[in-house]
Write a protein that binds this ligand. Structure first.
Ligand code: EAX
Length: 328
């Protein structure tokens, strides 16, 4: 049967809850992200903007930037530290050099469902990570999600690690991700997300991995014919504020920004999860050859990646890994 390729149903931006917060001063938040304007993340930012502007009665103005307009993930974080940018929300993976505890999110197949991810992010573990990441000029105030990562490439359908032999795969700037693709037999290269489209277009790399929504929003379909639904890693976005800016905000506004970040994260995850499957179908209809791996095929990847746990267990902390397994 012919399926109508209707535009995906996006959960609408909720109404703003809560009273106007009274505090002294006028402020401006420039909030910059690496993903494009059509992704779930930007939609979340629009909700954040609406909450903060309404509840500050216009005394905090929020200006949104997408597609790494104010710097790629690592540059944006360093702009927060120097105080030239107020907010950003990168994937945790490129930040592992600063915050080693984030590495737990890079372990393959650790989060079996989005519900487990929520339990970890919204529970004690997630709160402790936010507290611990509030240093080095940054204040970490919330979680959203990039989501489950899928593999795309320009060369061949991938159903098993054997198909990856020699494929040049772009990874995030993260040693575990490099380890994953090396262990699977591919030839991984780390680079920033901002450079990725051009690298795929020019054949510097053959493939990359990202959630369906990010794949679609970045138009990777123009340069990638094949995709495999591997769900190999769940990547959160962490919402960060410049400490210099934070210290200038009155307490009432700090709380408002915290609340807005929480509400943005809940809404963004809802959007991301609602759209994930719809976007996959949309990509298929647009001609991407998508392989939905069977559980047995996924298991082959999982077994092959066991050494990655051996390599990183001690460094990440076995107790943390076990606590996350227990949340499942
Ligand atoms: O902001 O680098 C990536 O592949 C991520 O999806 C990026 O952090 C999104």
């Amino acid at each position: 049967t012919l399926q109508a390729s209707a535009a995906p149903e996006i959960p609408p931006i909720p109404a703003v809850q809560g009273d106007v917060v009274q505090a002294e001063g006028d402020f401006k938040i420039k909030f910059s992200i690496g993903t494009t304007q059509s992704g779930a993340q930007y939609r979340g930012l629009e909700y954040f903007e609406k909450i903060v502007e309404q509840r500050s009665d216009g005394h905090i103005q929020v200006e949104l930037f997408h597609s790494a307009q104010l710097g790629d993930d690592l540059q944006a974080v360093s702009n927060l530290q120097s105080g030239t940018l107020e907010m950003t929300a990168p994937s945790t993976s490129p930040l592992v050099g600063m915050f080693p505890e984030f590495a737990v999110f890079d372990l393959p197949f650790l989060f079996p469902t989005p519900e487990v991810a929520d339990k970890v992010l919204d529970g004690e573990i997630g709160q402790k990570m936010l507290d611990d990441a509030s240093r080095q000029g940054l204040v970490a105030i919330g979680w959203a999600e990039n989501g489950y990562r899928q593999l795309t490439n320009s060369a061949t359908p991938v159903t098993s690690p054997d198909d990856l032999d020699g494929l040049k795969i772009r990874t995030m700037q993260n040693d575990i991700h490099l380890g994953i693709w090396r262990t699977l037999g591919a030839n991984p290269t780390p680079m920033s997300f901002a450079e990725l489209f051009t690298a795929l277009e020019q054949g510097v790399v053959d493939g990359q991995e990202n959630p369906w929504i990010t794949i679609e929003a970045s138009k990777f379909i123009e340069v990638q014919d094949y995709a495999s639904e591997t769900n190999h890693v769940y990547t959160p976005f962490i919402t960060l504020v410049s400490e210099r800016f934070w210290n200038r905000l009155p307490a009432g506004y700090q709380q408002l920004v915290r609340d807005a970040a929480k509400q943005m994260g809940d809404y963004e995850r809802e959007v991301s999860r609602t759209l994930n499957d719809q976007i996959k179908q949309q990509l298929k209809q647009a001609g991407m050859q998508i392989t939905e791996l069977t559980p047995e095929q996924v298991e082959v990847f999982q077994e092959k990646l066991a050494p990655v746990y051996d390599d990183w267990r001690d460094e990440i902390g076995g107790e943390l890994i076990d606590a996350i397994r227990k949340a499942s």
